[in-house]
Design a protein around this ligand. Sequence first.
Ligand SMILES: [Zn+2]
Length: 422
Amino acid sequence: MRDERSAGSLSAFHLDSVRPLIEVIREFGSISRSDLIERTGLSRAVVGHRVADLVERGLVASGNLGESTGGRAPRLLRFRAEAGHLLVADLGATGAEVALTDLAGRVLAQRSEKEDLDVAAGPETILGRIREIFEELQQEHGDAIGPLWGIGIGVPGPVEFTTGRVISPPIMPGWNQFPIREFFGGYGVPVWVDNDANVMALGETRAGCARGHDSVIFIKIGTGIGAGLIMNRRIHRGADGCAGDVGHIQVTADPNVVCRCGNIGCVEALAGGAGIARSAEQAAGDGRSAMLKGILAERGVLTAADVGWCAAHGDQASVELVTNAARLVGGVLATLVNVLNPSMIVIGGGVSHVGDPFLAAIRETLYGRSFPLATRALAIQPSTLGDTCGVIGLAAMVADQLFSREILGEWLPRGRPSAVAV
Ligand SMILES: [Zn+2]
């Protein structure tokens, strides 16, 4: 083992055997040696050598006693999630969730910045504030855990994953091509940037209501609409990173429906939070809803949440607005289901809280327009992780990257992933 380690790089054979071992130990948290042999298909001798190496490197430790199968209870091997920590920040349009996690993605400390971080303030301002919060979290909690191993940033826009750059984001003025990864270069650890819906999809799959599902669609209906796709338990990003950007699928040819992306008739322009609010203002203005008109007169502005409230309190025009938006989303989801055949759809984002009729209308349209085989075992659920969904997903994404074959081979010989080029 020693000679392979001192060589400064791992042999392909070593990497090919050590990576599946770490993957299985990470997945189960703790596992017996015989289960490890069975799940990886590696020989007892190879598992013995590699586990000894991983114990020496501080990634695996002896854990509790497992269940006895007749003889002496086996000592389980456990992933040392405390060997290092991760810093993650999930940026929304107007706020951010920032967290310090262990290597298993457990949130050890979280900070919510609800209103004070308008993404339109530009990358230097927003990321500068995130860096301050990172430092506060490390000062408060960093001593309780191993050193920093990686950073993850989630953003509400399309991300070129290989470079970590946001490309022409509709709601992030000033961020186009900004070098987010380089901004955090001073930490000396790898940095990954991903789309917010992608990491939320991963969060629900690893720790939320979609746990155990291999194929999942997470649709985020907030101010805008986006989706994260999980295929074979991993984020499906497509060739350039923008798979799942479903908000700009065209649902009407009406030239009056202009989306903020510049195109005509996008589902986001009608069924996103801003679109629903715009329709509500029309309903208040043309006399279809006295209730909406009253709120508009009082506050000068209407939101999707107001429409949800009015719908729940018997306002027929609001019920129609909610139902129409939900049918449009349901139609887009039906197409996705026919293409991808997921076993679960998770619905998140602010607009998903407007009430039961919204989810009911999505379900009705979706089941009515998808192939029966594709919906036979399909579950549809609201997001369960709430504000922690994005940061949990980011931590899982960063850990997946750190333990991926390519990156692991870079850092394992040196002990930990400081300054690995990604
Ligand atoms: Zn659009």
